[in-house]
Structure formats: C-alpha cells, structure tokens
Design a protein around this ligand. Structure first.
Ligand code: SAH
Length: 343
C-alpha cells in the first residue's frame, strides 16, 4: 500500500518523512505539494534524492487521474476523475472574464435527495478524503495553469455531495487550500454550499479557518421545501433560517442563498415576496438559477421573463443575481453531475 501525501497537513508530513529529519524538510515537502503544484514525487527537487526515494517506497503523491475530460462550447470543462478505489467523481472548471471558478465535489454521489438534482439519483457512494478534495483543485489548477495568487481563482464546493455531511475532511482540505504556506488561496475565494444541515452549520461557524457559506434555499415555505428538499423534514426551514441568523460572519462576509427556480412550482411573485420576508435582516445576497433540466427530473425551466420578474422583486430588498448556466451541453451545469458520458 502506498499512502497518498496530498491531503496531509504539515504535522502528517512530518510523520511521513520520519522523526530524524529536521522540521524544515516537512515544510519543503508541504510547499512543494501544495504551493509548487508538483506533478510527481520524484520531481520535488527541494528534497535530497535519498529522501525522495525513501518516500516513494511508502507513499505516492496521490492526485486523482483524469478518466475523461468534456469541453463545452462555452469554455467550461468537466473532469471525470478516477479515485484510488476506482470510483469516479466530477470537477468542473468555469473560466470567465476576470475569474476562473473550480467547482469541486465533496462526496461520490449524494445522500440528500433533492427532487430537482440529478446527483441525488446516484445516492451516496462514499465521502471523499481531504486529499481527494484538495487533489481536485491541484489537478485542475496545474492542468489549466491557474495560479492561486493572481486573484482570479475561486473554489466552490458545489459539485457532487453534501459538504457539511463530510465536514472534518472539508475543513481539513480548506485549511490546506487557505494556508499561505500551503495552496495560499484567500478566504474570500472559497465557498461551501449546503442543503441545510443545521447542526453542521453551527459547527462550521466555530471553525477558525473556514470557507464562506452558501445555503440552498430553493423554496419560500416550509411545505414547499419539504416537497422539493425532503431533508427539510429533519432540519426545518425555520431552524435553518435561525442558524443563519446566529452564524458568526466575518466583517467582510455575507451569506449567500441559492434559489433554483422551477416553473410553476416556486417561481411566483408571491414566492419572491416570501423569500424577501424570510431573509429580512440577514446580511445576505441571493443567487437565482433557473432549473437546469435533465432526464428523470420532473420539473421545467421558467422563461427568462419570469426569472427577471422574480429578481426584480427580491432586488428591492437584497442583492440578487441570476446565475447563468455553464456547460449545459456537456452535463456540467448545477444539478447535472451524474457522470453522463453522452452528448
Ligand atoms: N449539496 C450542496 C452542494 C451541491 S448542489 C447544496 O445543496 O448546496 C449545488 C447547487 O446546485 C445548489 O444550490 C442546488 O440547489 C443547485 N442545483 C441542484 N440541482 C439543480 C438543477 N437541476 N438546476 C439548477 N440548480 C441546481
């Protein structure tokens, strides 16, 4: 068995190279893996050849393998990545004018059964390790020459899975990604999105190093949310909003609420007014997204005029943006990550 190094923090790496080595060796290795974007262990020239040899006997770098890459007409790239145990998961790169966003997965499949999302149809296969979460970023950044310090790169944990049901690994990965001595991303540039796991929102709020928080709201009443997101039976909308009110935002931070618009289901003017009421006095912005359709998804996409009307109402009280779909032609858009291979 060769143990992957990606995902190890400084202390883990210190153990991996052994107690006889001076501490700066672990720091060199840490810097080479996360800051230098090394492709292979043998390339880490900062370490003496003998140490590299000893390391390769017991360890591998442990980046995921690209099983397939799908390139969209709009520039979006969907990576189907193969993990150590042969399972596959998806990562999406969305290049845009002044920024690049990598959308990463936190689990293989997802245990939360939102009725409008194709990933839900996979069920949960397993949670990703911290290394598999960081590995997605390292691989896509290296392959596309994306730099962490240029102010262009954003990471969103909005791929397959419910990140807050894999919180320890998500937090460990985030620490490495945000560590100036590690990957070195700014804390403003990484966001975790949740279906609303209330106790885990509280737990995340207590973490000193954490991503920004986005909450998938998707409904304006308790009843309608229960239908669309059955997890609401366990974690009520009321309690979710209460947890958001209690959430300790940093001075520069706002909560994001995502709202997928389903034609004739949750997209009326009355829904928009109720969303405004629900979010009253929260330091928040709203991202609207018209449903990305998919086979087996029993909802329709509202017309652009309806989306605009909804936005106009919310915008009177809160910052409100419409997210445009990316990579629809390659099944890379929100809610479509179910490892489709056909065009
Ligand atoms: N489990 C997490 C993160 C993954 S989902 C969460 O629920 O937030 C990421 C976002 O995609 C969520 O806001 C979700 O509501 C949205 N989404 C899911 N299916 C969609 C679809 N078919 N069309 C548009 N957005 C969708």
């Amino acid at each position: 068995m060769s143990l992957p190094l990606v995902g190890m923090d400084l202390a883990d790496l210190g153990e991996a190279i052994g107690p006889d080595q001076p501490p700066y060796r672990a720091r060199q290795l840490y810097q080479a893996i996360y800051g230098g974007q090394a492709a292979e262990l043998v390339q880490i020239s900062a370490l003496p050849a003998k140490m590299r040899e000893e390391l390769t006997a017991r360890h591998c770098l442990g980046l995921p393998q690209t099983a397939h890459r799908y390139d969209s007409a709009d520039g979006t790239r969907r990576y189907l990545l193969r993990l150590d145990d042969g399972r596959t998961v998806e990562t999406v790169l969305m290049p845009e004018g002044e920024r690049d966003t990598i959308c990463i997965s936190s689990q293989v499949g997802c245990p939360v059964d939102c009725k409008f999302c194709m990933t839900a149809l996979l069920g949960l296969e397993r949670s990703l390790t911290a290394g598999e979460i960081v590995g997605q970023v390292l691989l896509v950044a290296r392959e596309n020459h994306l730099r962490q310090d240029g102010g262009r790169l954003n990471i969103v944990m909005m791929g397959q899975g419910e990140p807050l049901l894999n919180l320890p690994n998500v937090v460990k990965a985030t620490r490495i990604l945000l560590d100036p001595a590690g990957f070195g991303l700014s804390p403003r540039r990484i966001t975790v999105s949740t279906a609303g796991i209330v106790p885990k929102i509280e737990e995340l709020g207590r973490e000193p190093v954490r991503p920004k928080l986005a909450v998938s709201l998707n409904a304006s009443t308790e009843e309608s949310r229960r239908e669309l997101m059955p997890i609401t039976r366990k974690y009520h909308l009321r309690d979710l909003i209460a947890a958001c009110r209690a959430y300790p935002l940093r001075p520069w931070e706002k909560l994001t609420f995502e709202y997928v618009l389903l034609k004739g289901v949750n997209d009326s003017d009355a829904d928009a007014h109720r969303v405004v009421k629900l979010l009253a006095n929260l330091n928040a912005k709203v991202n609207l997204i018209a449903l990305n359709p998919g086979p087996e998804i029993p909802y329709r996409t509202p017309e652009p005029e309806r989306v605009e009307a909804f936005q106009r109402i919310v915008r009177r009280s809160l910052a409100c943006f419409v997210r445009k779909p990316r990579g629809l032609d390659i099944y890379a858009a929100c809610g479509q990550l179910k490892r489709y291979s056909e065009r």
